[in-house]
Design a protein around this ligand. Structure first.
Ligand SMILES: *Cc1c(COP(=O)(O)O)cnc(C)c1O
Length: 381
């Protein structure tokens, strides 16, 4: 089993996973069971019912904790379920500061659902620290950040925001885009890390899941209670798929990052492209922060086409290798038009995205083939 001193590459393969004591099976079994036989009433081996605990899930939770360098991990049936469960630590009247280009699903949960239960949200530009400070209120209990953001790839300085957060204001970081291989928010002072495991942690577009990692044991106990009480838990097969996918996290992230960098450079020189947004480019306004905060720049890249919405739709329809689909973080390359797809729910709001924006989730195929595909799709636009 991996130890805390191990590097993330070793942790990804070993943490939480011991050979099965009964058979020696090196891979964690898929414990496809809802209940566990007790030897006498209330005498059991630590497992009573699979909403509460399941051994395949236990292995994944230990892996998530170690990957983020945290004390505790909890996993859920989706990224949104993880976010919803975390927000239940808050009470009506509590105020949350949120980045102004937060993931569309997170915005919908906060704005359309949690606001009805008395939580208060302010959406601000987290790349400007004075704006964050100005948004603090006596009722503020949490600062919610994503970095890099989806789909505009804005960065927030995790360490600086953690330092300015007063005692009692939690900093929660959605680390889905970077993955724990590229960025470890708990080490930079954050209180909670959230993942959509659907994306890079799973890495193969074959399962939906979410996770929380944290250090504080009291908050962990509360979240563990909520995980069981609310019940948005993943099945053992889904946990196993993430255990398996995460073993190659570091290999995939290195290739995603290399490919995305080359594609960013190709696009930056293309006549149809008004702007390329990628933290690895020196033209990115927060390139220095990206270098400081991240090991590499990741596989997500956005571009704005000179031809606006029509060109964006056309480009996204023409690619052959880049599949037109929502989601991200799999080994295969995807393309999408946020304005009409993932971010349609933000239309007409303050955080609507530009109509000519196209988002790429750059996969791990050969970069020459990917660039050829983009070139043919951009032709004449
Ligand atoms: C996909 C995603 C989520 C939501 O996760 P699901 O697994 O789809 O529920 C949250 N945050 C970010 C940044 C995401 O990309």
């Amino acid at each position: 089993m991996a130890e805390k001193k191990h590097k993330v590459e070793t942790i990804a393969i070993h943490a939480g996973q011991e050979p099965d004591p009964h058979t020696g099976a090196i891979m964690t079994p898929i414990y496809q069971t809802s209940t566990y036989v007790q030897s006498a009433p209330a005498e059991h081996k630590g497992y009573e019912y699979s909403r509460t605990d399941n051994p395949t899930r236990t292995a994944l939770q230990a892996l998530i904790a170690d990957l983020e360098g945290g004390q505790h991990g909890l996993v859920f049936s989706s990224g949104m379920a993880a976010i919803d469960t975390l927000m239940r630590l808050l009470n009506p009247g509590d105020h949350v500061i949120v980045g102004d280009d937060v993931y569309g699903g997170t915005f919908r949960l906060f704005d359309k659902i949690l606001a009805r239960y008395g939580l208060l949200f302010s959406y601000v530009d987290l790349s400007d620290l004075s704006t964050v400070e100005a948004a603090l209120q006596p009722a503020t209990k949490m600062i919610w950040l994503e970095t890099p953001t989806n789909p505009l790839l804005k960065l927030a300085d995790i360490q600086a925001i953690s330092n300015l957060a007063p005692e009692g204001v939690w900093v929660a970081v959605d680390n889905t885009f970077a993955s724990p291989y590229l960025q470890q928010p708990l080490q930079l002072g954050a209180d909670f890390v959230i993942h959509s495991m659907t994306k890079y942690l799973g890495g193969h577009s074959d399962t939906v899941g979410g996770a929380i990692a944290l250090n504080d044991t009291q908050q962990y106990e509360q979240l563990k209670f909520l995980q069981n009480a609310v019940g948005a838990v993943p099945g053992p097969m889904d946990c196993w798929l993430v255990l398996r996918g995460a073993k190659t996290l570091h290999l995939r992230m290195d290739r995603h990052s290399d490919n995305a960098m080359q594609i960013a450079q190709f696009l930056a020189d293309h006549i149809a492209v008004a702007e390329v947004i990628y933290p690895g480019l020196e033209s990115h306004p927060q390139h220095e922060l990206a270098k400081r905060q991240m090991r590499d720049f990741g596989g997500m890249l956005s571009l704005v086409l000179k031809g606006g919405e029509a060109a964006g739709r056309e480009f996204a329809s023409r690619t052959k290798l880049f599949a037109l689909a929502e989601s991200l973080g799999g080994v295969e390359s995807l393309i999408e038009h946020p304005y009409s797809m993932t971010h349609a729910s933000t239309a007409d709001s303050d955080i609507a995205v530009p109509p000519g924006l196209v988002r790429l989730s750059v996969g791990v195929e050969h970069v020459d083939d990917l660039i050829d595909d983009l070139r043919q799709a951009l032709h004449g636009l």
